[in-house]
Design a protein around this ligand. Structure first.
Ligand SMILES: C[S@@+](CC[C@H](N)C(=O)[O-])C[C@H]1O[C@@H](n2cnc3c(N)ncnc32)[C@H](O)[C@@H]1O
Length: 217
């Protein structure tokens, strides 16, 4: 149940309430906290998903029985740790990152989190890296969290390389509130939504900046 205002986007959430929930549902160990705070220690921008989205990504992978997962946009490895920890022992995550410094910090964080054996950090441009790992298809899930102007291209690649029942996940699906803007980012993000909705069972979950969730039919 929700009242009309909350259905239109008004939030009941308050900072204190969210802190209480995070402490209960998404506690961090040392490794996860190090990735969360990478901006403080390494000067990397603090643009990772929140704790609730990280846990949600992991739960979605587990509910889906995912084994082979792709992430576009590693940063310091925070979301990668959540997802890698949700995989079975023989699971694999390919996480793609353009910035060598981000990739180096991510590798250290993933090792500290005890998941380096099941994660490959692929350094380079996202589209080129996707082409380089295509031989491992079909994938169980693709999480898109990199340059917003190319979400349409990442989404198309995912539609081609997901197994039936596989998941397409896209953070920043509101495009920082500019989803309907007549610019490159808005057009790419709308195409990402439209093409996903045509090919998958989809919803845009109202996380802080929207999370597209789609399941291939
Ligand atoms: C929002 S951050 C990823 C956050 C990460 N998924 C998390 O929640 O912990 C986006 C990352 O994508 C990387 N990136 C941007 N454009 C890219 C591209 N064309 N190819 C690969 N990585 C890219 C950036 O360097 C940055 O590290």
């Amino acid at each position: 149940m929700a009242d009309p205002s909350s259905r239109k986007g008004e939030r009941y959430a308050q900072p204190e309430l969210l802190d209480w929930l995070d402490a209960l549902h998404t506690p961090h160990d040392v490794a996860l906290q190090a990735a969360y705070e990478a901006n403080e220690h390494h000067g990397i921008p603090a643009i990772h998903v929140g704790a609730a989205e990280g846990k949600l990504l992991g739960l979605l992978l587990q509910l889906n029985g995912a084994k082979r997962v792709v992430e576009v946009g590693t940063l310091a490895g925070y979301s990668a740790i959540w997802m890698a920890r949700a995989l079975p022992a023989d699971g694999r995550l390919w996480t793609l990152e353009r910035d060598p410094k981000h990739a180096e910090v991510a590798c250290a964080n993933l090792a500290a989190a005890g998941v380096a054996d099941r994660v490959e950090v692929v350094v380079g441009d996202g589209m080129e890296s996707l082409r380089s790992i295509a031989d491992h298809a079909p994938f169980c899930a693709v999480f898109v969290d990199a340059d917003k102007e190319r979400y349409d291209q990442y989404g198309r690649w995912a539609l081609e390389h997901l197994r039936p029942g596989g998941l397409l996940l896209g953070d920043n699906a509101y495009a920082f509130g500019k989803l309907l803007a007549d610019d490159e980012r808005g057009r790419a993000m709308r195409a990402f939504h439209e093409e996903a909705a045509a090919a998958l069972d989809t919803v845009c979950a109202p996380t802080p900046d929207g999370l597209l969730i789609g399941r291939k039919r």
